[in-house]
Design a protein around this ligand. Structure first.
Ligand SMILES: [Zn+2]
Ligand SMILES: [Zn+2]
Length: 323
C-alpha cells in the first residue's frame, strides 16, 4: 500500500530506482528528513568511495610513473590527518548546509519525493549549465581567496598540500567550504528559481559528477586515458596540481577556458613548455637524468610559489618564516 504521498501512482510503470526512491520516502516517513539524510549519505558515500581507488593507487609503486609530483607520495598518517578534518567539516558545515538547502530549494519549486524522475533529455542541459555556472563562480571566488587576508585566514588551509591527493579535495576552512560550495548549489537553486521545474534527482547526478571532478583533480595523477587528453578544455589533475605546486595560475575547476581567456595560465603554459623542451633535449639521456631535470624544474616553480604565497600573506618567505 502506498503512503498518501504516492496516492494514484502505479508502481508497475516505475523503474527499479524509482521504486527504491518511493520505498525510502515511505520508510523514513518525513520527506524533509528523508531528503536531508539521503543527500548527506550520498555525499559521504561518493566522496569516500571515490577516494578509495586513489588511496590504493598511492600505495602501489607501479603507478608512480603517472604521478605529477612523483617524489611526493602522501603517507598514511597524512591521509588520516586529512580525513579527520574533512569529516569534521562534513558534519559541522556541510550537514547544516544540506539541511538548509532543502527548504530553500523546495520553496523555489524543487521536487524531491515525487516520481517519475525527469528524462535524461531534461537533465543533460541542466547539468551542463551547473558545470558552466560552478566553473565560472569558482574561477572568480578562488582568485578572491588568494588575496591577502582571505588567503591567510581561509584558503591557506587548502594549500597545505603542495602535492595534493584525492582526500584533500575538501580539505579546507569551513568558510571556504561555504563560499565555494555556493558555486555547486547555486546553479541548481538559480535553475529552480528561474524555471520552477527541477527534480532533486538531477541535483544528485550533478553532485556525484562534481565530487568526481574535484577528487580526480586533486588525485595527483595524469594518466594517458585521463579525461583532459580526450577533452582538451577539461582541466583535470594536471591543471589543478600545478595550482597547488606553484601557488598561482589555474583557478578554475572543470574547464580550462577562463584561465586561458583571462591569462591566468601563462606561468603554467611556460612551465609545460619548459618541461617538454627539456624532455626533447634529453631524449637520449637516461631515465634518471630526465627525472632529475623534471625535479629541478618543479623545485624552481615551487620555490617561486613559496615566494608568491609569502607575498600574498604579507609575510617573509616560508624558509625563513618564524610563526
Ligand atoms: Zn588556491
Ligand atoms: Zn585544490
Amino acid at each position: 500500500m502506498y503512503d498518501q504521498l504516492y496516492a494514484g501512482i502505479d508502481a508497475a510503470s516505475l523503474s527499479w530506482l524509482e521504486q527504491q526512491w518511493i520505498a525510502w520516502y515511505i520508510a523514513i516517513g518525513d520527506p524533509v528528513i528523508a531528503t536531508g539524510l539521503m543527500t548527506f549519505l550520498l555525499h559521504e558515500m561518493v566522496y569516500f568511495g571515490r577516494c578509495i581507488p586513489w588511496i590504493i593507487i598511492d600505495a602501489i609503486p607501479y603507478f608512480r610513473k603517472w604521478k605529477l609530483q612523483p617524489s611526493k607520495i602522501p603517507t598514511p598518517a597524512e591521509q588520516w590527518e586529512c580525513t579527520k578534518l574533512v569529516l569534521f567539516s562534513h558534519f559541522t558545515v556541510e550537514l547544516p548546509v544540506i539541511w538548509l538547502f532543502h527548504p530553500i530549494a523546495e520553496s523555489l519549486g524543487m521536487s524531491t519525493y515525487q516520481v517519475p524522475f525527469p528524462s535524461v533529455r531534461t537533465m543533460v542541459p541542466q547539468i551542463a549549465f551547473f558545470f558552466f555556472f560552478e566553473d565560472l563562480f569558482h574561477y572568480i571566488a578562488h582568485q578572491m581567496l588568494h588575496i591577502g587576508v582571505l588567503y591567510k585566514h581561509i584558503h591557506k588551509i587548502h594549500h597545505k598540500y603542495s602535492a595534493p591527493f584525492g582526500l584533500a579535495a575538501e580539505y579546507a576552512h569551513p568558510a571556504e567550504v561555504m563560499i565555494l560550495g555556493t558555486g555547486t548549489i547555486g546553479g541548481p537553486l538559480l535553475y529552480c528559481y528561474l524555471t520552477r521545474n527541477f527534480h532533486i534527482f538531477a541535483m544528485y547526478i550533478w553532485m556525484t559528477l562534481r565530487l568526481f571532478q574535484a577528487i580526480d583533480a586533486h588525485s595527483g595523477y595524469d594518466f594517458p586515458w585521463s579525461l583532459q587528453h580526450i577533452l582538451p578544455f577539461w582541466s583535470g589533475a594536471e591543471h589543478h596540481d600545478f595550482h597547488h605546486m606553484a601557488f598561482t595560475n589555474n583557478f578554475s575547476t572543470s574547464f580550462r577556458w577562463w584561465d586561458r581567456i583571462c591569462g591566468t595560465d601563462t606561468k603554467y603554459l611556460q612551465y609545460r613548455a619548459r618541461v617538454n623542451a627539456a624532455k626533447k633535449a634529453m631524449k637520449n639521456a637516461t631515465k634518471e637524468q630526465q627525472e632529475a631535470i623534471e625535479r629541478k624544474l618543479m623545485a624552481e616553480v615551487e620555490a617561486e610559489g613559496l615566494r608568491a604565497e609569502a607575498e600574498a600573506e604579507g609575510s617573509a618567505p616560508k624558509v625563513v618564516k618564524v610563526e
